[in-house]
Design a protein around this ligand. Structure first.
Ligand SMILES: [Fe+2]
Length: 228
């Protein structure tokens, strides 16, 4: 991805979050110089990877396959005393080309995916077979806001504003902003998140994109604090 594309995605996301009365923690708005000024205090932020996370999953088609994610809180899988024993993210998806997070499941993380506002969240679901691969046959049982539902393998479910779905380890999911329904603010509340080890994608995917530096970064990304 180009840095200019990442900067534009961050500016757009801040605007959409403001419109939805969703305010991020202070470090979301720090400039690079402010990050450098706080360098001695950001050990936990850096270790548990809080902050901006913009990715096209290696697709080079950010508007179709990609997302702006912001990790608000998180812990450390290996050092439970660092951070919190839970995680929260906000995810911005644009509706024009049904921007999507591609099909994946988690090895360990259980997550609630929540429609926080702006549009309609479409999510496609599959279970996994004994080898851990996608299961094209078996129905999928999931809880949505405390009530259990059963869906066919590969069925797409629409989640409206305020509603959520609980995804347990091994449950494959891809989700996107439904076209015509508005740009979308998604919440994620989960067990501790480790994006370096926990994601199983069905297609070859880069979780963190390579970046072409065509302008100065507005903010560092979660995997760039070491460079400050
Ligand atoms: Fe997920």
């Amino acid at each position: 991805m180009k840095r200019s594309e990442i900067n534009e995605a961050i500016r757009f996301s801040k605007g959409l979050l403001e419109k939805n009365n969703f305010r991020l923690p202070p470090f979301a708005y720090w400039t690079i110089d402010e990050w450098k000024k706080h360098k001695d205090k950001i050990g936990t932020i850096s270790r548990v990877m809080l902050g901006w996370d913009i990715t096209d999953f290696g697709s080079e088609k950010f508007e179709e396959v990609g997302a702006v994610l912001f990790t608000i809180r998180n812990g450390d899988v290996y050092q439970k005393s660092t951070g919190t024993p839970y995680a929260e993210k906000v995810i911005i998806l644009r509706q024009e080309k049904e921007q999507k997070i591609p099909m994946h499941c988690h090895r360990a993380k259980t997550e609630d995916i929540i429609n926080r506002g702006g549009g309609v969240l479409s999510i496609q679901l599959y279970g996994s077979d004994k080898q851990g691969n996608i299961d094209n046959n078996e129905d999928v049982e999931v809880f949505m806001d405390g009530i259990q539902y059963c869906f066919r393998a590969g069925e797409t479910v629409e989640i409206q504003h305020g509603c959520s779905i609980t995804l347990t380890p091994g449950l494959y999911h891809a989700f996107w902003a439904k076209k015509g329904a508005g740009d979308l603010v998604v919440g994620e509340v989960s067990s501790i998140n480790d994006d370096n080890t926990d994601n199983v994608f069905t297609e070859p995917t880069e979780r963190f994109s390579a970046i072409e530096e065509d302008e100065h970064p507005l903010h560092p990304l979660v995997n760039e604090y070491g460079k400050l």
